[in-house]
Design a protein around this ligand. Structure first.
Ligand code: ADP
Ligand code: ZN
Ligand code: ZN
Length: 837
């Protein structure tokens, strides 16, 4: 038998499997999806078995055998292997990159240099060799260990580095590479009483009188004849390890290492929560989802429900049903919404049938949660983007909450979109997909809503709508505040008068507030008021961000930092200071205007530490603060009963980004943040401060009017030929010399156009020629024209009607492989880019 193996060499030319022999000893262990160690050149590397075949095109003598199978159970399966091939075609990434994305970090290959005996069978080294005592010792040691990491050998024989080197040069020892797991399974010492635990009582008499503690332990184990963690027993009986171990030495009990799962939620208990009685709207929606799950039909639903309409309860009950069918469910949630509160809702409904995957877990915790899925110990997983790869084998339902979130698209290779991957997986499993949002992305909405241009066609997704909040709670009243007017009336503060008095009012009533500042737009850059000089990163061509705490200016792309300038480097003026409003400035201002106000600030700076995110939210929930102030991360998914006021400091910051989705993002953000207010008994109120109060995205958000927004936005997208009316491919070229990029870029664009001409004229393409098109724009400087000392230019491909365009782009770019290699030019391709940087 032969195995086709995708090896861990991310070069383009190896995006195909290599053939290896399956030795008889490994025959029953090698499966499709196995992770194996194979020789590759002189090294040993990791690979994944993608197929098993009876014949190989390569001459058998030339094939090497698989050397090791790395896991007891294969981490992947046939379906996921096929998915990786699909991803490789769809997102133009090497297959190995897609495979790596599917497994937890702990299983990513780590290589180690090892030495072993060149000829283990030979008792004595080659003739003519003078054997020194140290040499003999080293050889004996390696013989015993069979293979020793070089570092271990050096620390075992300190000062003998040269001798070891010589043994390798003489061919006695061989140096090689091996694969090491990044992480060991966690094991704990566990005490096992004998099968007949009563016998322990008879042993008591055999102990000397002073062994009082040992006797107590025997009594305890006789009364509790179950395996118990050694540490637990020590605490319970107030004994030390020595006492227990001496019982094991007598052979009366056993102490063994037992593998355990690290549980990030260990020690936390979750109150069981029964299903709620559904509202009429929830019931109707649930019914539709259930019929699809029952019928095992692959159906994608868009669940468009206003904030607080009870989407999560619908998810929970749909999952419940899926589980009773013996099938599994995946729930994807944006990383920042994956709060303890969210986890609790799932844990309290499904107990330990739920695994949780998010990036704040340690490597080990993540690995163990993943293994619970792999070993079928759980049937539900809730997690961020990469949880879409959960190795379930009988999926019934995939839910994507807040489906419009751009974080579902991975920005690094493989540049996959979790929504598309989910739909692909569901197709293979004949499972249902539920895309939930209060503000669906335009791409999804267009697939679910009837098309005016073709009213008779059934849309590919089914639209489910929930228009009202549960228990008849009203949506909050939204006030749009014109900041230009404020300025005219002499208010130069960052708080408008209405927002100011609303804050005062809530402080008096001891109610809570959420204040949102969207920093992404213009953050705290430093500008000279005299000459307009802006301090920029010398490597990246973006303005530096001011950090009050350390009094430094920092680049958010490359980490460059410099001290705050006392005078303008341009004109020497002293009037150089930071501009724009960062969260820190708002915090200071609040403290100044409302003495004694308690503010929790949440932004990238205050939440980088593990657990800090949870800590702040818990403090706020416990009402240890009046204000939760932050960036986007306060806008999403949070549910606090005492929040009655939401303030948006500046709504337009996102609006002016060079991005065709800027209006959509503005609308989504405002709607989401407004949804944080008045979710419970107390009614809510929202203030949106803006310099463009007439913009349709702001007006519609103020009226909670998704359809008005979507109508205007779709029309504009259609006119300007943007998604969802076409597909995009963004090609970014980067190099130290701008000239080279422009030259290559221009020739790339020319070639793409020629290729398209040929393709679209070919008979193959004729049937779709009517609606199909492709346009290429650029090369133009990217929105960030230079990053880490490399210039960046981009070309944009707009196309419609055929997936073969992706293949065309791939082929055309690969024609430039030589320049790429020689000049160290970088060409990266992003299919369906979410952010046009
Ligand atoms: P969404 O996800 O649509 O914003 P949630 O699922 O968070 O809404 O629901 C909002 C609140 O309403 C939650 O506190 C939830 O427990 C509650 N809720 C949901 N469905 C019901 C129901 N049928 N009866 C009573 N309360 C409900
Ligand atoms: Zn100046
Ligand atoms: Zn920089």
């Amino acid at each position: 038998m032969y195995a086709k193996v995708i090896v861990d060499v991310p070069a383009k030319q190896t995006n195909r499997p290599f053939d290896y022999k399956v030795p008889p000893s490994l025959m029953q262990w090698v499966e499709i999806g196995s992770r194996v160690g194979v020789p590759f050149g002189s090294r040993m590397i990791q690979g994944f078995v993608v197929d098993l075949v009876a014949d190989s095109d390569v001459e058998s003598v030339k094939l090497k055998p698989i050397e090791r199978v790395l896991d007891l159970y294969p981490p992947l399966n046939k379906e996921l292997i096929e998915l990786s091939a699909w991803m490789s075609r769809k997102y133009l990434c090497p297959e190995i990159t897609a495979l790596q994305a599917m497994i937890p970090g702990a299983l990513k290959a780590k290589y180690e240099r090892v030495v072993s005996l060149s000829d283990p069978a030979e008792a004595k080294p080659a003739s003519g060799f003078i054997e020194l005592p140290q040499e003999r010792e080293i050889i004996a040691y390696v013989r015993e260990k069979q293979s020793v990491p070089i570092e271990t050998l050096l620390s075992r024989f300190p000062g003998e580095g040269r001798l070891i080197r010589k043994l390798i040069d003489d061919g006695i020892l061989t140096e090689g590479q091996t694969i090491k797991d990044r992480l060991a399974k966690k094991k704990v010492l566990t005490v096992f009483p004998p099968e007949n635990a009563d016998a322990l009582l008879e042993r008591i008499g055999e102990l000397p009188p002073q062994a009082r503690k040992q006797k107590e332990v025997l009594q305890y184990l006789a009364a509790h004849p179950r395996p118990v963690k050694l540490t637990e027993l020590m605490v319970e009986m107030e004994v030390n390890a020595r006492t227990v171990k001496s019982l094991a030495e007598k052979g009366w009990i056993a102490i063994k290492e037992v593998e355990v799962f690290r549980d990030p939620y260990e020690g936390r208990s979750f109150q069981p929560s029964p299903p709620l009685d559904l509202t009429g709207e929830q019931q109707a929606v649930l019914q539709q989802i259930l019929s699809a799950v029952e019928a095992r039909s692959h159906q994608v639903f868009l669940l468009h429900g206003v904030t607080g309409s009870g989407k999560t309860e619908v998810y929970l009950q749909a999952i419940q049903h899926c589980l009773t069918q013996g099938r599994e469910a995946i729930v994807l949630v944006p990383e920042i919404s994956l709060t303890p509160q969210m986890v609790e809702r799932f844990k309290s409904r499904f107990g330990d049938r739920v695994a949780v995957l998010h990036s704040r877990l340690s490597h080990g915790e993540r690995y163990d949660e993943w293994r619970k899925i792999q070993m079928r110990k759980v049937s539900v997983v809730i997690g961020a983007r990469s949880a879409v790869f959960a190795p379930f084998t009988n999926l019934g339902l995939i839910i994507i909450d807040e489906e419009h979130e751009t974080s579902y698209k991975q920005e690094d290779s493989p540049k996959y979109h979790a929504r598309e991957v989910a739909i692909r997986r569901a197709l293979q499993h004949r499972a249902a997909v539920v895309l939930g949002s209060a503000t669906p992305s335009l791409e999804t909405y267009r697939k679910a809503a009837p098309d005016n241009a073709a009213p008779s066609e059934t849309p590919p997704f089914r639209l489910l709508t929930m228009r009202s909040r549960v228990q008849g709670r009203p949506l909050p009243a939204v006030h749009i505040v014109d900041m230009r007017q404020e300025l005219k009336d002499g208010n130069r503060s960052m708080f408008s008068r209405p927002l100011f008095s609303a804050i005062e009012d809530r402080l008096r009533k001891q109610e809570q507030m959420v204040l949102l500042l969207n920093r992404r737009g213009h953050s705290t850059f430093v500008m000279c008021r005299t000459c307009g000089y802006v301090v920029r990163c010398p490597h990246c061509d973006i303005s530096l961000t001011y950090h009050l705490h350390s009094r430094t200016l920092r680049c958010h792309y490359c980490g460059y930092a410099k001290r705050e300038a006392a005078v303008c480097p341009g004109c020497g003026s002293e009037h150089i200071r930071y501009f724009g409003t960062g969260t820190q400035r708002v915090e200071e201002e609040l403290a100044k205007l409302f003495p004694g106000i308690r503010v929790i600030r949440m932004d990238v700076d205050t939440t980088s530490e593990k657990g800090s995110h949870e800590k702040w939210l818990t403090m706020f929930r416990n009402r240890q603060a009046d204000v939760l102030l932050g960036t986007q991360m306060v806008a999403k998914g949070l549910d606090f009963p005492h929040v009655t006021l939401v303030g948006v400091i500046a709504a337009d910051t996102v609006l002016h980004l060079p991005d065709f989705r800027s209006a959509e993002k503005t609308f989504q953000l405002l709607t989401q943040v407004a949804g944080r207010a008045g979710r419970h008994e107390l009614p809510g109120e929202v203030f949106i401060q803006t310099y463009t109060p007439d913009h349709y995205s702001i007006v519609s958000a103020g009226r909670h009017d998704y359809s008005a927004f979507v109508r205007t936005e779709l029309e504009l997208r259609r006119q300007r030929e943007y998604p969802p009316y076409c597909d995009l491919i963004l090609i970014t070229l980067s190099h130290e010399q701008a000239q080279l990029i422009v030259r290559v870029g221009e020739s790339l664009v020319k070639r793409l156009k020629e290729q398209w001409k040929t393709l679209s004229a070919s008979a193959l393409y004729a049937p779709q020629r009517q609606s199909a098109y492709m346009e290429v724009y650029g090369p133009v400087a990217s929105p960030i024209p230079r990053m880490k000392d490399r210039y960046r230019f981009q070309c944009m491909v707009k196309y419609r009607g055929n997936d073969s365009v992706i293949e065309l782009v791939r082929r055309t770019i690969s024609a430039f492989d030589d320049v790429v290699k020689q000049e160290k030019l970088q060409i990266s391709v992003d299919i369906d880019p979410q952010v046009l940087m």
